[in-house]
Design a protein. Structure first.
Length: 373
């Protein structure tokens, strides 16, 4: 039973039997998803006397005052200003997300409640809710997949003039390694997609010099092998200077990178994502591929969200099928790879499965064989 059903009318304040009935209908069709860790209360005017971190304030009438928004957000609540006809602003913590929806159906608030109950963060649930259309709950599979229905993310840096150069649809096994020495070792074993990921203090001249040398070596080695695809993580200036095959950027890096310079140089671009909102952000930049993660718990880096899991991964892959290549990433190893590939994704990034392998050659052979089934 869903969390909001346990709360009955308490999911909406003031209580609304109509909204609750529609929410139940939508949620029942979405399937057996893990429920939200905490029940969410969706509040309209007049607001309850006390607000907290599990409250979502929705304004659909007159535009909210900035002082009210600041006060409510400081109390821990999320604020959703839907007073404009096409633009919706979501305020949460110190983040403002702006979405443009050409149209939204009358059931979008109920859909928002249903997708939140499926465990999605508010910004991801909002993207799905704005893509929802009245009558979708009568479909055999009502999950939104039509990109044209989804909102557009506003306030981003300009998109590149042209799309980035394409990658193969099947990038296959994609090791992420800390040094060029690893790339020298992996390419002779048949690996053709690999990423150099180092985290160094580039203000330190010695660290910067070592990084420059490693990037240079990684690119040169990659050029010796036919169809080798060597991506450089984060350091887009070095990737541009060395004419690397590709560069991989996190969402925060997109604000600082010279996107058009990378595109015009013919460098491929991969972008990380952690849900529907960030997928829409990534699509804005017309990249060569989108990484979907983290699928499983990982200790290789700090993640901005909980693990996505296989069910969500399958939804993302289906959503992007035919639009752009996808790479699954996060905690993937030999034991889980078959289940990951069963979602339809055609590439999987691995880190510790390779860098901590007892026998690297045997491990690469075993991992590669999974992609040939």
């Amino acid at each position: 039973m869903s969390n909001f059903l346990l709360w009955e009318n308490k999911i909406f304040y003031p209580a609304s039997d109509k909204l609750l009935k529609t929410t139940k209908q939508i949620r029942a069709k979405l399937g057996d998803w893990p429920h939200a860790r905490q029940p969410i209360r969706i509040c309209f005017m007049p607001l309850p006397p006390f607000l907290g971190q599990h409250d979502v304030i929705i304004a659909t009438g007159s535009r909210l005052h900035a002082t009210d928004i600041t006060f409510w957000v400081a109390s821990g609540a999320a604020v959703l200003d839907a007073s404009a006809s096409t633009t919706i602003r979501l305020y949460r913590g110190d983040t403002i997300r702006i979405l443009e929806a050409s149209s939204r159906c009358d059931d979008w608030i109920s859909a928002l409640a249903a997708f939140i109950d499926c465990g999605y963060e508010i910004h991801d649930a909002l993207c799905l809710a704005l893509a929802w259309r009245h009558g979708d709950e009568h479909k055999q599979d009502p999950w939104p997949t039509d990109l044209s229905r989804f909102p557009r993310v506003l306030g981003l840096p300009d998109a590149p003039i042209l799309p980035f150069a394409k990658c193969p649809e099947r990038l296959g096994l994609y090791p992420i390694v800390p040094t060029a020495n690893w790339i020298v070792q992996l390419l002779p074993l048949g690996v053709r997609t690999v990423q150099l990921r180092q985290k160094v203090d580039i203000t330190n001249p010695y660290d910067l010099a070592a990084l420059q040398a490693d990037v240079h070596r990684a690119v040169i080695v990659g050029q010796r092998y036919k169809n080798a695809r060597v991506f450089i993580n984060d350091y887009w200036q070095l990737a541009l200077k060395e004419r690397a095959y590709g560069v991989h950027l996190g969402q925060e890096d997109l604000w600082y990178a010279d996107i058009n310079a990378l595109m015009q140089a013919g460098i491929r671009l991969g972008i990380s994502s952690h849900g529907y909102y960030e997928i829409l952000v990534a699509l804005h930049f017309k990249p060569s591929y989108i990484a979907l993660g983290a699928v499983f718990p990982t200790s290789t880096k700090m993640m901005p969200s909980l693990p996505q899991g296989l069910t969500r991964l399958a939804r993302y892959v289906h959503f992007l099928d035919g639009k752009i290549p996808c790479v699954a990433i996060g905690g993937i190893d030999l034991q889980s790879l078959n289940n990951v590939l069963s979602t339809g994704v055609r590439s999987a990034a691995v880190v510790r499965a390779v860098t901590q392998a007892h026998d690297v050659e045997k491990t690469i052979f075993a991992l590669q064989s999974r992609f040939m089934r």
